[in-house]
Design a protein around this ligand. Structure first.
Ligand code: ADP
Length: 494
C-alpha cells in the first residue's frame, strides 16, 4: 500500500465496484495515481457497458420495494450511513487526499460536508409534500402527489470525490429513487469506500445504490440511453455535460447538470480590503483552484487595485504547497499533467497580453503536478484565463473603473454559476447582485457552499439545484390525481 496512507481500516481501500449488493471484479483494471507523487495507489476494476446494464437492472428491481417503504425508514438508513462516514472520516479523508491531492485538512472538511448532505436529505425525506388544490368544478378534487422519478444515473467528477456523490445520492435515496453512480475514474477509491459503508449500514438494500467504476464512455452510454434510467444527474465539464444531456433526450429523461463556472470576483473601492483578500484566498485557492465556484477572474477597481494586489500576493506567497499526506499544507498538486499544462498555457497567454507575476508564475520542480500559487497583475479582460476556467492556483487581476464596467465584464461569457462581490455599500450590494447573471452571488464572502442552500447555475452552467429543499425537486415527479365525486345524494352539491 501507498506509504503514508496509514488506514485504520485498510479494507476501505478497495477497487471492486458495487452491483446489486455484491462486490464485482473485472477482467481489466485502471490504475489510480496519486497526483502528489505520480505513483500508483492501486488498480480498480474497469467495468464496461455490461456491468452498467446489470447495475441498472438491479436498481430497477430494487425500486418498487425502496419507494414503498415509509420515509422515516429511508431516513434511518441515510442517518446510519452518515454515522459510519463520520466514524471513518479520517480514513476517508486520507484516501481522498491520496487520490485527489487536496490537503488533509480540506479532505476532512469535505468528508464532513459530504456527510451533511445525507443528514439534510434524511431530514427532508419526510417533507416531500404534495398539494391539494381547490377543485376547478364543484364535483372535482385535485390532489398533487409527489413521487420518486425512478432509477437515477449519476456521473460525478474528481474535484470533490465525496461531496459530489452524497449531494446526489442523498436526495435520490431520501425520496425513494434508486441509483447507479459512475464516479470519476481519477478518484474512484473514495466513492468505493463510501459504498462499503453504505453496505455496512445494513439498511440500504442490494440494488438501491450501485457504484460502477470504469472507462467513462461505455458506462456513460448506458446511463444516458437505457430507458429504465429515468433521471440523469451530472457534475463535470460543460462540454461533456452538454453532450450527455443531449443524449438523454432520446428517452426524455429528467436531467440535472452542474457544469463549469467562470466566477468573477469583484472588489470595489469601498470594500474592506482585508476581508476581500481573505475571501479571495478562500475562493480562489481552495482545492488548489480546482472547484467550479473558484474565483476565476478577479476584477478590482482602480482605487484599491495596487493595495489589494500587494496584500493578496503577500498572503499567497505564504501558502504551504506539498503532499497533503506529509504535513500541514495549504495547497496540493493539480489533478494531472494535463491540468498543469492548461495552467501554464493560461499564464503564458496572460503574460503575452501584458500581465506580470507578483508571486509564482511557474510549475514547481520535482515529483507531482505542483504549480506555485500565483498572483498576476495587469491581466487583459480578454485573456484566456478570463474566458476559460483555469482550474488552478492562479489569481489574475483585471482593473476596472466603474460599477457598470465591472458588471459588463462579469457578465461576459456563457457561464453563470458563482460570482462574488466586495463592497460596504448596501445599495451597491443589492444593485450588483441583481445585475449579475449567476445562480449564486457571494457578497463579502468567498465561501458560499452549504447543504442548506440551493447550489446551481444559470446560463450554460447547468440545470437544477443541489442541496436545500430545492435539492429534492430534481428527484421527484408530480402526479395529478383529479378526483370526480358522485352527485351528493342529499342534493346539496352543485
Ligand atoms: P473534468 O474536466 O472535471 O474532468 P469531465 O466532464 O471530463 O470533467 O469529467 C466529469 C465526469 O464525467 C467524470 O466522471 C468523467 O469520467 C465523466 N465523463 C467524461 N467524459 C465522459 C463521456 N464521454 N461519457 C460519460 N462520462 C464522461
Amino acid at each position: 500500500m501507498l506509504d503514508g496512507l496509514d488506514l485504520a481500516r485498510p479494507e476501505l481501500l478497495s477497487g471492486q465496484s458495487l452491483i446489486d449488493g455484491a462486490w464485482t471484479d473485472c477482467e481489466r483494471v485502471i490504475p489510480v495515481i496519486n497526483p502528489a507523487t505520480g505513483r500508483k495507489i492501486g488498480d480498480v476494476g474497469d467495468c464496461g457497458a455490461h456491468d452498467a446494464e446489470r447495475a441498472v437492472a438491479a436498481a430497477s428491481r430494487a425500486l418498487p420495494g425502496w419507494r414503498a417503504i415509509a420515509p422515516r425508514t429511508r431516513q434511518a438508513a441515510l442517518l446510519r450511513w452518515r454515522e459510519l462516514i463520520l466514524a471513518n472520516a479520517e480514513d476517508l479523508a486520507r484516501i481522498l487526499t491520496a487520490e485527489q491531492g487536496k490537503p488533509l485538512v480540506e479532505a476532512r472538511g469535505e468528508i464532513h460536508y459530504a456527510a451533511s448532505f445525507l443528514e439534510w436529505f434524511a431530514e427532508e425525506a419526510k417533507r416531500a409534500y404534495g398539494d391539494i388544490i381547490p377543485g376547478h368544478q364543484p364535483d372535482k378534487r385535485l390532489l398533487v402527489l409527489r413521487e420518486p422519478v425512478g432509477v437515477v444515473g449519476a456521473i460525478t467528477p474528481w474535484n470533490f470525490p465525496a461531496a459530489m456523490i452524497t449531494r446526489k445520492v442523498g436526495p435520490a435515496l431520501a425520496v425513494g429513487c434508486t441509483m447507479v453512480l459512475k464516479p470519476s475514474e481519477l478518484t474512484p477509491y473514495t466513492a468505493l469506500a463510501l459504498a462499503r459503508l453504505a453496505v455496512e449500514s445494513a439498511l440500504i438494500p442490494p440494488g438501491v445504490f450501485n457504484v460502477v467504476v470504469g472507462e467513462a464512455e461505455p458506462i456513460g452510454a448506458v446511463l444516458t440511453q437505457d430507458p429504465r434510467v429515468r433521471k440523469f444527474s451530472f457534475t463535470g465539464s460543460t462540454a461533456v455535460g452538454k453532450m450527455l444531456g443531449a443524449r438523454c433526450m432520446s428517452t426524455v429523461k429528467r436531467v440535472s447538470l452542474e457544469l463549469g463556472g467562470n466566477a468573477p470576483f469583484i472588489v470595489f473601492d469601498d470594500a474592506d480590503l482585508g476581508q476581500a483578500v481573505e475571501g479571495a484566498i478562500a475562493s480562489k485557492f481552495r482545492n488548489t483552484g480546482q472547484t467550479c465556484v473558484c474565483a476565476n477572474r478577479l476584477l478590482v477597481q482602480s482605487g484599491v487595485y495596487s493595495a489589494f494586489a500587494e496584500h493578496l500576493a503577500e498572503r499567497v506567497s505564504e501558502l504551504a504547497v506539498g503532499d497533503g499526506l506529509k504535513g500541514q499544507m495549504d495547497q496540493g498538486p493539480l489533478i494531472n499533467e494535463a491540468a498543469l499544462r492548461k495552467v501554464e498555457r493560461h499564464v503564458e497567454d496572460a503574460r503575452a497580453g501584458g500581465a506580470s507575476a507578483l508571486t509564482g508564475g511557474h510549475a514547481l520542480p520535482g515529483e507531482g503536478c505542483f504549480y506555485a500559487p500565483t498572483v498576476l497583475v495587469d491581466v487583459a479582460p480578454d485573456a484566456l484565463l478570463c474566458r476559460e476556467e483555469t482550474f488552478g492556483p492562479v489569481a489574475g487581476l483585471v482593473r476596472f473603473e466603474t460599477e457598470a464596467e465591472a458588471i459588463g465584464l462579469a457578465n461576459e461569457g456563457t457561464a453563470g454559476l458563482a460570482s462574488y462581490l466586495y463592497t460596504r455599500d448596501l445599495d451597491r450590494a443589492f444593485r450588483v447582485t441583481e445585475a449579475l447573471r449567476y445562480g449564486m452571488v457571494g457578497v463579502n464572502t468567498g465561501l458560499i457552499s452549504t447543504e442548506v442552500a440551493p447550489f446551481g447555475g444559470v446560463r450554460e452552467s447547468g440545470l437544477g439545484r443541489e442541496g436545500a429543499r430545492q435539492g429534492l425537486d430534481d428527484y421527484l415527479d408530480y402526479k395529478l390525481m383529479c378526483l370526480g365525486l358522485a352527485p351528493d345524494p342529499g342534493g346539496r352539491s352543485g
